[in-house]
Design a protein around this ligand. Structure first.
Ligand SMILES: [Mg+2]
Length: 393
């Protein structure tokens, strides 16, 4: 039985504009838009600017021409980062579990706080919202429900309520799903929406009626997880952010100088296996892979590749690195060590839910990887590997 959770999504309203209004209160209540750069596009709008008809993504010269009475300010991201930190610090003081999702959004685990603060979950959200308004002067919307997916849905609805808070409790879930279009669900992009529409699924309550096997076969395990989240089961808990390392590096001297390519390949696969395990532990995928070889006379030869999409699957990374080896390997050189570096990490939670295309493939990778990790949890590190160490027997 899953533990009953209450999760809030705190979402700052028109965040960049709100930051400008905090810095210069005279801008409050005015049609303010923030633009990406002096010749850029609109990236944030106040309520008044929206009413005026300023569009998101509109180039500045067009916006100015159509709405000359609007106020246009160039983005100051350093300032927005600092304000974001202020908001997040309040959240961290409020609950022990806070997961920052973007510069202006964070999940906060409310479970158990009812007793601590002696308030129901709705009042807790109202209190938190007032605290942020008072201390940081930034307006937020807060959605509260039983899972992240439902909290996200609730936060969208909170934008249109008087209190800026919306709660979807256990009893309200079915009714909400009936009124929620597929495309309103977090993680469902245009392609997936089209797919669901073609399958005759228009509303969230129709999606949750599909069995897990159908969802897994047609889309992938993420889809069945999404279904259970929509039913109020907390599949993806709120995890405190850990600071991501800049890179993961595995390197080791070979047992003897060698120009044997197979020997090098095995050493490299051994590094990949360890590096990918570390990558999975921090729940990330890497976008950049680097291979390096150190020669007998201490020269370093490297090759670097940017992957098409972030990856944590070692067989795929191995395939790429071994191709790179072909390019830099020279049979007339003796090597003393090999190394692998993974860089540019993306949290799994940030990788878009649905990419279709190779999703069956992704699914297979995910299952195989889970299998690796389970075996190693039982039998110890390196119980299974795609390469082997270069020690002599
Ligand atoms: Mg926002």
């Amino acid at each position: 039985m899953l533990k009953e959770k209450y999760i809030a999504l705190v979402d700052c309203d028109s965040f960049f504009v709100s930051c400008e209004q905090k810095r210069n209160p005279e801008l409050k209540g005015k049609p303010v838009s923030v633009i990406s750069n002096p010749n850029g596009c609109v990236i944030s709008r106040s309520k008044e600017a929206k009413k005026l008809g300023v569009k998101m993504g509109e180039p500045l010269f067009l916006a100015k021409k159509d709405h000359p009475q609007g106020i246009y300010i160039v983005a100051d991201h350093d300032y927005y980062d600092a304000v974001s930190k202020e908001v997040m610090n309040i959240l961290k003081n409020f609950s022990p579990y806070v997961q920052i999702y973007s510069i202006d959004e964070a999940f906060v685990d409310f479970t158990g706080l009812k007793r601590l603060y002696k308030k129901n979950y709705y009042s807790l959200a109202v209190m938190l919202r007032e605290k942020i308004a008072q201390d940081v002067d930034i307006p937020v919307s807060i959605g509260v429900s039983k899972s992240k997916t439902l909290a996200k849905l609730a936060s969208d609805k909170a934008k249109n309520t008087k209190d800026g808070v919306y709660l979807i409790g256990r009893k309200k879930i079915q009714k909400e799903l009936k009124h929620t279009n597929i495309e309103e669900i977090w993680g469902i992009g245009r392609r997936l929406t089209n797919f669901f529409h073609k399958s005759g699924i228009l509303k969230a309550d129709e999606l949750v009626k599909k069995d897990d096997k159908w969802l897994n076969d047609k889309i992938g395990i993420n889809a069945s997880e999404m279904k259970h989240e929509l039913l109020g089961e907390c599949i993806s808990p709120v995890i405190n952010e850990i600071k991501l390392p800049k890179s993961i590096q595995q390197t080791k001297a070979l047992n003897e100088f060698t120009n044997d390519k197979n020997h090098l390949k095995n050493a490299i696969n051994y590094h990949i296996h360890t590096a990918c395990r570390k990558l999975r532990q921090i729940e990330c995928k890497a976008s950049v892979i680097i291979l390096f070889l150190r020669t007998k006379d201490f020269r370093i030869i490297t090759a670097k590749k940017i992957l098409d999409e972030p990856c944590d699957f070692e067989l795929k990374i191995s395939e790429e690195l071994l191709k790179m080896l072909e390019n830099i390997y020279d049979k007339n050189i003796l090597y003393r060590s090999t190394g692998v570096i993974l860089e540019h990490f993306t949290r799994n939670s940030e990788v878009q839910l649905m990419l279709f295309g190779n999703d069956k493939e992704t699914q297979k990778h995910k299952n195989l990887t889970k299998c690796f990790d389970n075996i190693e949890r039982r039998f110890g590190k390196n119980a299974i590997q795609t390469g082997f160490d270069t020690k002599k027997n």
